[in-house]
Design a binder for this molecule. Structure first.
Ligand SMILES: [Zn+2]
Length: 265
């Protein structure tokens, strides 16, 4: 994954694996938010910025990616495994209109639609089968990971023409195992996942505490779905360690802005 600085100053990450599909993972840098906790690039309503500021940030981020902001679909997220097949009427949903739907994953084969997921520690996953012209965006916190939402995304992609061996995936910046402490109740939800024993480790200092690698767990789910490991890019960056660069829910106790991962054919 590579860091990009757009002409308009927006800093974002992109993956060669998804190229030439337009996409990016936003950072805190390059926006117009001025509050301490949202500065400078906050891409969600309800975090303290006024609506015009959020839309201004969306326009800047989309301009950096050469995506039309009015085509972005990013609805309220509820840590579900709901994946939606997105068609034209939903364009702009979440930023310019409220379709009244909550959703944590999107799939489309339409060229005039951008799919977006909002994150601040949770794992953003962007997927593409360039040959089939099918893309997906997935939001996976521990609940979404436990529910294997990314597997549902791959399945839905394949229902409209994608093939697992052709799918490329970029797992973006998210909280790393270094900072993602969980209790036994969460471990219980994650233990059934592929390679769970490899990616959940007991804390060396605290009893009944563990550290989970959500990014690697999602990669393992993708591989079990038939996506080749060579096709999967995984960001090593931890959103909680790098709080000048990323918004982090854990690091700030929830007083934070929100990032967006977006992809468009
Ligand atoms: Zn960390």
């Amino acid at each position: 994954m590579e860091k990009c600085i757009a002409e308009n100053g927006v800093v974002f990450y992109r993956s060669e694996k998804l190229s030439p599909v337009r996409h990016g993972f936003s950072t805190r840098l390059g926006g117009i938010s001025t509050l301490d906790h949202t500065a400078a690039m906050n891409l969600a309503f309800g975090r303290g910025d006024d609506g015009r500021t959020v839309i201004g940030n969306l326009e800047l981020f989309c301009s950096a990616l050469k995506i039309n902001p009015r085509t972005v679909v990013s609805l309220p997220q509820v840590h579900s495994n709901n994946v939606l097949y997105v068609k034209e009427p939903l364009r702009g949903g979440g930023y310019f209109s409220d379709p009244g739907i909550c959703c944590d994953g999107y799939v489309t084969d339409r060229k005039n639609i951008a799919l977006g997921v909002k994150i601040a520690d949770c794992v953003p996953i962007l997927l593409s089968d360039n040959e089939a012209g099918v893309i997906a965006a997935i939001h996976a916190g521990w609940r979404g990971t436990a529910l294997q939402i990314v597997a549902r995304g791959v399945k839905m992609m394949c229902e409209i023409g994608a093939a697992p061996h052709r799918i490329a995936a970029a797992i973006g910046p998210a909280i790393g195992q270094c900072c993602y402490e969980i209790g036994e109740e969460v471990v219980e939800q994650l233990t059934g996942l592929p390679s769970a024993d490899q990616y959940i480790s007991p804390s060396k200092t605290a009893q009944n505490k563990y550290y989970a690698d959500l990014k690697a767990l999602n990669r393992a789910i993708l591989m079990r779905m038939g996506v080749p490991s060579d096709n999967i890019d995984i960001s090593p960056l931890c959103t909680a360690c790098l709080s000048d660069l990323f918004h982090s829910h854990r690091k700030t106790g929830g007083v934070r802005g929100t990032m967006l991962a977006v992809i468009s054919l």
